[in-house]
Design a protein around this ligand. Structure first.
Ligand SMILES: *Cc1c(COP(=O)(O)O)cnc(C)c1O
Length: 454
């Protein structure tokens, strides 16, 4: 028989210093709730013959449980993978000014929907719009929750119950459940596939347009894969000639949507937002947190008439951008306007990081650890941008007996470190490790490798 009466009562425990401290820190209701559940557990363990724990162990168990409840599950990690826009790791880190801008409007009230000059209601859509128009030369702009929402809104507002032409080579799935045919179905637009997986000719567009009433021509960036070999696709200028002759607008989903040329960084030339508009796209959409390097957002730029239709559609309200994103986006766009994107926007700073600096960092770590080789490797842009392209980098390759176990130990660090293995080596790419994370990364590596450090 268990001595249930020996289990201290809640009232008794409330008198202990340990529980009093918990109440001071976490509040009475949560502390009592968790304390009760700890006691319940002890009772059922006792029923199975387990011995009763001492009072201080009850308090420790309760503390640990409370801490588990209040610790956020979403936390910063160190990205040592060398994948710059890592979708699983939160895509683009924000610039300091973008963060500051979001914080400024978050902590208090703002003129989100208030016209300061006129002293009356304004539009939240105005804030980033001016900057987007200036940067891209577009007639109008609209910011929504993300690019998936931008595509859905554009298709719904412009082509519901109507036909939309798209090349078979662009019927993509970009992950996370976003598939062009499904989004098309959701919008109510009717998909008209043309060409083949590898070859599309301008005649395919001409034929589709002459055979049936078409409301919109869509292009979608292949984002995360390449088609190589016997392939052809007409360029946007030629598609625009054909579509515009029939008075049909073109929607270009650029996915990542770069405002800068990627060629100087060894990534090849990526069709920019400005180039798409200049080539004849009537509406271009892209993400805020891929190559733009800002917050999660879906950005639409293009013809004023089309943007106006989108703004008026009821779905626009359901997918609208929030004020923190709008603040951070404006600050990010300002970096481009001030021609300081490659110095201030983390994603671009990583892309543009000089190879010597990366080598120096890897060397420094290797010296401090007394192990690991610095080897030439490749960083990628990731995040559904620039498939098949990579940037030369230097990697710290550490030879350990059980690389996968080592990775698990890195993930258990505070903050967690995410790395990868290759040829049985743990690979640490300095390119994606933020400046302020270099020291914590080294200290954790020293701990795991049991290297003495001061
Ligand atoms: C990433 C991507 C999207 C979705 O953008 P989100 O901002 O993640 O919603 C849509 N289309 C293409 C081509 C993409 O690459």
């Amino acid at each position: 028989m268990t001595d249930y009466h020996k289990i201290p009562s809640v009232d008794k425990l409330l008198q202990t210093d340990g529980i009093k401290e918990l109440i001071a820190e976490f509040g009475r209701p949560l502390t009592i709730d968790i304390l009760r559940s700890t006691l319940d557990q002890i009772r059922s363990a006792a029923r199975e013959g387990k011995s009763l724990p001492p009072t201080n162990s009850i308090i420790t168990q309760t503390t640990r449980k409370i801490e588990r409840w209040v610790s956020s599950t979403l936390q910063p990690v160190i990205n040592a993978t060398g994948v710059i826009i890592h979708t699983n790791l939160g895509r683009a880190p924000l610039s300091k000014s973008a963060l500051q801008a979001a914080q400024d409007v978050a902590l208090g009230y703002s003129n989100l929907e208030y016209d300061l000059e006129k002293g009356k209601r304004g539009s939240r859509l105005l804030h980033a719009e001016g900057l987007l128009k200036k940067l891209t030369q577009a007639e109008a702009a609209l910011v929504v929750n993300n690019n998936a929402a931008a595509v859905l809104l554009a298709l719904t507002a412009l082509a519901r119950r109507r036909r939309v032409v798209i090349a078979r080579s662009q019927l993509i799935e970009i992950g996370g459940g976003f598939r062009i045919p499904d989004v098309m179905a959701q919008s109510g637009a009717k998909l008209v596939e043309i060409g083949t997986t590898n070859r599309i000719h301008i005649e395919d567009y001409e034929r589709a347009i002459s055979e049936q009433p078409i409301k919109l021509v869509m292009r979608a960036h292949r984002s995360n894969f390449e088609i190589i070999g016997f392939t052809t696709e007409p360029n946007l200028e030629d598609i625009a000639l054909v579509a515009h002759a029939a008075d049909i607008p073109i929607l270009d989903d650029l996915g990542s949507g770069s405002l800068l040329d990627t060629a100087p960084y060894g990534l090849g030339h990526e069709f920019t937002v400005q180039e798409s508009l200049a080539a004849g796209a009537d509406l271009v959409c892209f993400s805020g947190d891929k190559l733009l390097g800002g917050p999660q957002a879906g950005i639409l730029v293009g013809k004023a008439k089309l943007i106006a239709k989108l703004k008026k559609h009821p779905l626009a309200r359901a997918v609208r951008a929030d004020k923190l994103a709008l603040a951070a986006l404006s600050a990010t766009l300002l970096h481009y306007l001030k021609d300081e994107a490659t110095q201030k926007i983390p994603v671009w700073r990583m892309i543009a990081a000089p190879l010597e600096d990366i080598y120096d960092q890897a060397e420094k770590w290797s010296r401090a650890l007394g192990q690991g080789n610095v080897i030439l490797g490749e960083s990628t842009v990731g995040g559904g941008s620039l498939p098949g392209k990579s940037i030369a980098t230097y990697i710290l390759a550490i030879d350990v007996p059980k690389p996968d176990r080592f990775l698990a130990r890195l993930r258990a660090c505070k903050p967690p470190i995410i790395a990868r293995t290759q040829d049985d080596h743990v690979m640490i790419d300095p390119r994606t490790v933020l400046t302020e994370q270099r020291e914590p990364l080294l200290v954790n590596l020293q701990k795991i490798l049991k290297v003495p450090h001061e």
